[in-house]
Design a protein around this ligand. Structure first.
Ligand SMILES: Nc1ncnc2c1ncn2[C@@H]1O[C@H](COP(=O)(O)OP(=O)(O)O)[C@@H](O)[C@H]1O
Ligand SMILES: [Mg+2]
Length: 329
C-alpha cells in the first residue's frame, strides 16, 4: 500500500456495519465514523478529510433505503467522493424492481418479472396469467416479502390492497399483520415461478470467490438457514465474474436458482449479504476461496470471511484507492 488512507465508516440502522470498524482496526487502517443518517450529513461529508466512505445501506424499510440512496447519489455522483460498494451496485441492492431491469438490460438469465404501477394493468394481467405466480415486495430478506400465489382470487385480493379498493390515496397497503410500517403500496411485482432444486449463493469480493448451496425449507431457500457445503460449479464462478465486470460491481453475492431442468437462473444480486460463517465455502470440509489467476479459478485454503466478509471489502477498497492514486500519477 503506497499511501496511508483514512476511511469514513458511515453509520447504519443495521448494527453489522460495525464489522467495518473491526476490520479497519484489525488491518490498522485509520477511520472516522461518519453519521450519514444525521440531518447535517452533507456538511459532515463535505468537511471530512476521509479518502473514501464505507457504506452499509438499510435493508428493511423502503423509505429509509430510498433516502439513503439519495444521499449516496450526491456523495458519489456530485461530490465525487469514493465510496464502497459503488453507487450503481447499491442502487439495485434491496431493490427488486431495479434489479429486474438491470438483469434484463444486461441479458443475464432471470425469471421474467413484471412491475405494475397501474391497478387496471395488474388486474388484467392477473385475470389472464397462469398460476402459480410469485409476488415480491421491492425490499425484503429471508423470503418475508415473497408469496407464491396459487389462485386468481388471492392475487386480486392482494392487488386491491396494494393499489386501494376505491382510490390510491385511501389504501393502507399490503402487509403481514402487525407490520403496518412495512406496508407495500402502489406497485406490484409479479414474477414467473421457477421449479427449483436449490439456490446457489456465489460470492465475489475483489478477487476472492466463494460458493455454497442454499437448500429449500418448504418453498423457500432464502431464510431456510440450510446450507449445502459443496464445491460451486466453475460456470457459476464465471457467471459472478461476468456480472461483476458488466456492472462494475465490487462486492456481490449472486443467488442463482438451479432449476429441475438443470438451468441456472439468477434470482438476486446483493452487494451486502449475511455472512455468519468465517468461511463462505467448504470443499470436502476444507474452508477456502478461489482466486482468479492466469485464466482459471485457483483454490486457496483458509478462513477468508472474517468480520462478516467486511474485512475483504475494506481490503478491496484500499486496493481500489491505491490503483486510482497510481492512475493519477
Ligand atoms: N421466481 C421464483 N420461482 C421460484 N421460487 C422463487 C422465485 N422467487 C423466489 N423464490 C423463492 O423464494 C425465496 C425468496 O425469494 P427472494 O427473491 O430471494 O427474496 P429475499 O430477498 O427475501 O431472499 C427464494 O430463495 C426462493 O426459494
Ligand atoms: Mg433471496
Amino acid at each position: 500500500m503506497k499511501k496511508k488512507y483514512k476511511l469514513g465508516i458511515c453509520t447504519s440502522f443495521e448494527p453489522r456495519y460495525k464489522n467495518y470498524i473491526a476490520a479497519c482496526e484489525e488491518l490498522g487502517v485509520e477511520y472516522e465514523i461518519i453519521d450519514i443518517l444525521s440531518h447535517d450529513w452533507l456538511d459532515i461529508v463535505r468537511n471530512s478529510s476521509c479518502d473514501g466512505f464505507l457504506l452499509r445501506p438499510p435493508s428493511d424499510l423502503q423509505e429509509r433505503k430510498t433516502v439513503y440512496d439519495e444521499r449516496m447519489y450526491y456523495i458519489s455522483q456530485h461530490l465525487k467522493r469514493p465510496v464502497y460498494p459503488e453507487f450503481d451496485e447499491l442502487y439495485i441492492y434491496e431493490n427488486k424492481r431495479n434489479m429486474a431491469a438491470w438483469l434484463d438490460i444486461n441479458g443475464f438469465p432471470h425469471a421474467k418479472t413484471r412491475v405494475f404501477l397501474r391497478k387496471d394493468d395488474a388486474l388484467e394481467y392477473l385475470s389472464n396469467c397462469e398460476y402459480p405466480v410469485v409476488f415480491k415486495s421491492n425490499i425484503g430478506y429471508g423470503a418475508h416479502g415473497v408469496k407464491i400465489i396459487k389462485s386468481r382470487f388471492a392475487a386480486k385480493c392482494i392487488a386491491h390492497r396494494v393499489f386501494g379498493i376505491f382510490h390510491p390515496k385511501l389504501t393502507i397497503g399490503y402487509f403481514q399483520f402487525p407490520f403496518f410500517g412495512k406496508s407495500q403500496k402502489h406497485y406490484l411485482i409479479v414474477q414467473d415461478l421457477k421449479k427449483i432444486k436449490w439456490e446457489w449463493r456465489i460470492i465475489k469480493i475483489g478477487n476472492s470467490y466463494f460458493g455454497h448451496q442454499k437448500l429449500l425449507k418448504g418453498q423457500f431457500a432464502s431464510g431456510s438457514k440450510l446450507v449445502g457445503w459443496v464445491k460451486p460449479p466453475v460456470e457459476l464462478l464465471s457467471l459472478v465474474k461476468d456480472v461483476s465486470e458488466k456492472g462494475g460491481f465490487r462486492s456481490l453475492a449472486l443467488d442463482v436458482f438451479e432449476t429441475v431442468d438443470d438451468k441456472y437462473v439468477i434470482n438476486e444480486i446483493q452487494s451486502i449479504f449475511g455472512s455468519y460463517n468465517p468461511s463462505q465455502m467448504y470443499i470436502n470440509d476444507v474452508p477456502g476461496r478461489f482466486v482468479f489467476k492466469d485464466g482459471e479459478f485457483v483454490f486457496e485454503e483458509g478462513y477468508f470471511n472474517k468480520h462478516g466478509s467486511y474485512m475483504l471489502r475494506v481490503q478491496h477498497f484500499l486496493e481500489i484507492l491505491d490503483s486510482e492514486v497510481k492512475e493519477r500519477s
